[in-house]
Design a protein. Structure first.
Length: 346
């Protein structure tokens, strides 16, 4: 079991290197991974289930008592960012399917991997898990509604089918895991979640690789427009951190909440978007969605370093004592600590 868990840790600690490799394998050898396409949805549901085992319904109660940071994070990630993507994407790109991919990229829920980075910088884990659960449970409604509102006039969206898939991939597994952790008084967080984590991380790798097979034709026929999409997605992804950090300053949040709001504003569950794009949209829509995987974890590391002074526990000196925000399965006493918590889709 120790070797098995060590494998999961190795994958989690090297995602910034493994994700580009997944993309290379998927793009260069699409036929080798085509057999896995029918398994993407169940694999993703498993990843969501494992990633939600550290949550409980008390997190929601705690978050709702002081909902402002949660509401701001959701507003930035699921209102401001899709609107920016639609407006700027429509101005810069002529293909409506590419614009649809940009909107989809920024309509998906907050990534479960945000808890990993929030744990590294000793953020408010209760706020993180509560915000994550609300974002995830809302996604079967918010994703189809956002796409219908912003791009429905030019791109056909199967809202009913998408709603069902989001229930299966995200909402139901998240609810089941949360209820199980609640019923066992947190025992599954300490026992089942670490045991399942290596398999979940392997599934993450397989989902990313399988979904990236759709990029084969685009990457080998890269046009100036598609190259521009890559630059645009990188800029948009970076802006999420800047919007989130600016909001923490305007709200005068404590350090722990500032860490959480910043990462929750930027990190997106891209694999969910890739599954939706592959199932319901033309191939061109997949490109901006999958391009996000190039930057998701890399930019988290970059902006964690950029904001390291503000995110340091020393920033709490002179303020109220820091709350206990220990990440599930991790000692988060130092920003330098390597994450041992759960992992989800990159």
């Amino acid at each position: 079991m120790a070797v098995w868990r060590r494998l999961g840790d190795i994958i989690a600690h090297n995602m910034v290197f493994l994700v580009p490799l997944c993309l290379v394998f998927g793009v260069c050898a699409p036929d080798a991974f085509a057999v896995l396409k029918p398994l993407v949805t169940p694999m993703f549901a498993f990843v969501t289930f494992q990633g939600s085992l550290g949550n409980n319904f008390f997190n929601l109660a705690r978050t709702f008592r002081r909902p402002a940071p949660m509401l701001v994070a959701i507003a930035i990630s699921q209102v401001l960012m899709p609107l920016m993507g639609w407006v700027l994407g429509g101005l810069l790109f002529s293909d409506p399917n590419i614009v649809a991919g940009i909107v989809l990229e920024y309509s998906v829920p907050i990534a479960v991997t945000s808890t990993m980075w929030i744990g590294i910088y000793a953020g408010d884990m209760s706020l993180a898990l509560g915000t994550l659960l609300i974002s995830t449970l809302n996604s079967p409604v918010t994703i189809p509604a956002t796409l219908r509102l912003l791009v429905g006039a030019t791109v056909q969206v199967d809202a009913a089918g998408m709603f069902f898939d989001m229930l299966v991939m995200i909402a139901l597994p998240a609810l089941a895991a949360t209820a199980l952790n609640q019923a066992t008084r947190g025992r599954v967080k300490a026992t089942l979640s670490p045991a399942l984590a290596p398999l979940a991380r392997i599934f993450v790798i397989l989902v990313i690789t399988t979904n990236s097979t759709s990029l084969h034709d685009f990457m080998f026929n890269l046009t100036p427009e598609l190259a521009g999409v890559m630059v645009f997605i990188a800029a948009m992804a970076s802006s999420g951190y800047l919007w989130g950090f600016a909001a923490t300053r305007l709200m005068h949040l404590e350090r722990e909440q500032a860490v959480t709001l910043t990462f929750c504003s930027a990190l997106r569950n891209i694999s969910a978007g890739a599954v939706i794009a592959q199932a319901y949209f033309p191939a061109a829509t997949m490109f901006p969605v999958m391009t996000g995987t190039l930057f998701n974890q890399f930019l988290a590391a970059v902006f964690g370093r950029v904001f390291s002074r503000a995110f340091s526990p020393d920033a709490n000196k002179g303020n109220q004592p820091a709350r206990d925000t220990e990440a599930p399965g991790a000692d988060c006493s130092s920003p330098a600590h390597r994450p041992q918590g759960h992992e989800s889709a990159a």
